[in-house]
Design a binder for this molecule. Structure first.
Ligand SMILES: *Cc1c(COP(=O)(O)O)cnc(C)c1O
Length: 444
């Protein structure tokens, strides 16, 4: 076996790590970024897989409408608004001395049921599992009206089964709420970063919450261990699940429709830049996959991470993926962005998507709070700190660092094309943050 490199050898080979270790904000653009067609063979999933996920969500729409009346306005489809944030754009331009042509916000922060991007993947994976159990036991047919799942008969059936998950908060919230509603017995293994209001809310919904003093990696490991000892327990594996990934990927086709409705084009002369906050990588990876499949190569996907938890940037940049954690090079994984407090990235997502993620950058906690306050003042939209990691993207990509200019050259993005670009910030969470908690974010 090859000896792993020492920290000094790693830094020598990858000078960018020096900046990471010093918690400096930095950016890295992927020299191996390529077209969807070229990348597809490495992903192991395709258009048909996304369509199947979309069809499954359609089958469950009548159930969701019955079980969660808040989804009635969208006919049981959990989808978020896409809004223009022109006032915020002006503030960013003034404070950061850049020029941002168009700035949109995708409000997954306000998705029904779970108030975060996890309402896509997390809920989808639980529904997939429930459907499989019900079909295998002769209780359900794919042609049935799934609102029948909202009944005591089905709740009793699902109560024989357990679901477990490890989370920094939001994934646990989405999985806990939907699992408990269906009737499953659900345990959520929460890392030390998880906010107490999230744990309280889960308990109110009837989930079992197990708390850890350590980080996300340990919570996931414990959840995995617990489920291994119980054949009736299904473990939702945030680090490796292709089902979660596909639940997120459905967003691509839906965003394409929203853009069309709003008259926004994404093509060679009108590139679309999408900024996605990244924790373990499943949510932004799945969404990016869906976006590239739906909109093609003129959508540029950029991942955003806290300076204290740059796990995906570290894993992809060094090619070590899940064989390295930020703690291995002395980074503490302590951040106000609790949803992104992950030290080791998903090996599956890193490897599957390394050719399709165009760039990565890091953001300081201080900046997250500044953007949080500005967005609230300018647009009256309140997000949790993690979500604001994406807000820095338009500043980075319209800046004039040599890395950005090099990237623009690599993709033939000249000044005129950049003026026609749309910048889309993916707001990943915050819709369920209690008032007092939000007030403390705003008053920092
Ligand atoms: C989970 C989460 C993310 C990132 O998703 P990963 O799958 O962990 O990469 C981003 N923002 C918020 C608010 C989240 O809860």
């Amino acid at each position: 076996m090859q000896q792993p490199l020492t920290q000094e050898q790693l830094i020598q080979r990858y000078p960018l790590l020096k900046k990471l270790i010093q918690y400096q904000e930095c950016a890295w653009f992927n020299p191996n970024s390529c077209s969807v067609q070229q990348a597809l063979p490495y992903i192991g999933l395709n258009q048909r897989d996304i369509e199947e996920a979309s069809e499954r969500l359609q089958r469950f729409a009548p159930y969701l409408m019955a079980a969660f009346p808040e989804t009635e306005p969208t006919q049981g489809i959990i989808e978020s608004e896409l809004v223009d944030i022109a006032n915020m754009r002006t503030v960013l331009e003034q404070t950061e001395s850049v020029s941002i042509p168009n700035l949109l916000l995708k409000k997954d922060s306000h998705l029904a049921i779970a108030g975060s991007i996890k309402a896509r993947g997390g809920i989808y994976e639980v529904l997939t599992h429930a459907e499989k159990l019900a079909i295998n036991n002769g209780l359900l047919n794919t042609s049935d009206d799934y609102s029948k799942l909202h009944s005591d008969t089905f709740k009793e059936f699902f109560s024989q089964y357990r679901i477990a998950v490890g989370s920094t908060g939001n994934l646990g919230l989405s999985i806990g709420i939907i699992s408990a509603k269906l009737g499953f017995s659900v345990s959520v293994h929460m890392s030390a970063d998880a906010k107490s209001w999230k744990k309280d809310l889960l308990r109110q919904h009837g989930a079992t919450v197990i708390e850890y003093r350590s980080d996300y990696g340990v919570a996931v490991e414990q959840g995995r261990k617990e489920s291994l000892s119980d054949p009736h327990c299904f473990f939702i594996d945030d680090e490796n699940s292709t089902t979660l990934f596909l639940g997120y990927a459905v967003a691509g086709q839906r965003l394409k429709q929203q853009l069309a409705t709003q008259g926004i084009t994404a093509d060679k002369s009108h590139p679309l830049f999408v900024y996605l906050p990244c924790g373990v990588g499943g949510a932004p990876g799945g969404v990016a996959f869906g976006l590239k499949m739906a909109l093609g190569d003129h959508v540029h996907c950029i991942f955003a991470e806290p300076t204290h938890s740059p796990c995906m940037l570290l894993g992809v940049h060094t090619g070590l993926h899940d064989a390295i954690a930020v703690q291995d090079i002395g980074i503490d994984n302590q951040t106000a962005a609790d949803g992104l407090a992950v030290g080791r990235a998903s090996g599956f997502v890193g490897r599957a998507m390394e050719r399709l993620i165009d760039g990565y950058y890091t953001v300081s906690d201080e900046r997250l709070y500044r953007y949080l306050q500005a967005l609230s003042e300018q647009e009256n939209i309140q997000l949790e700190p993690s979500a604001l990691a994406a807000m820095h993207g338009p500043v980075v990509l319209t800046g004039s660092s040599s890395d950005v200019l090099q990237y623009q050259k690599q993709f033939g993005l000249d000044a005129t094309t950049m003026k026609n670009a749309t910048h889309l910030v993916w707001a990943t969470g915050g819709g369920m943050v209690p008032k007092e908690e939000m007030a403390s974010y705003l008053n920092r």
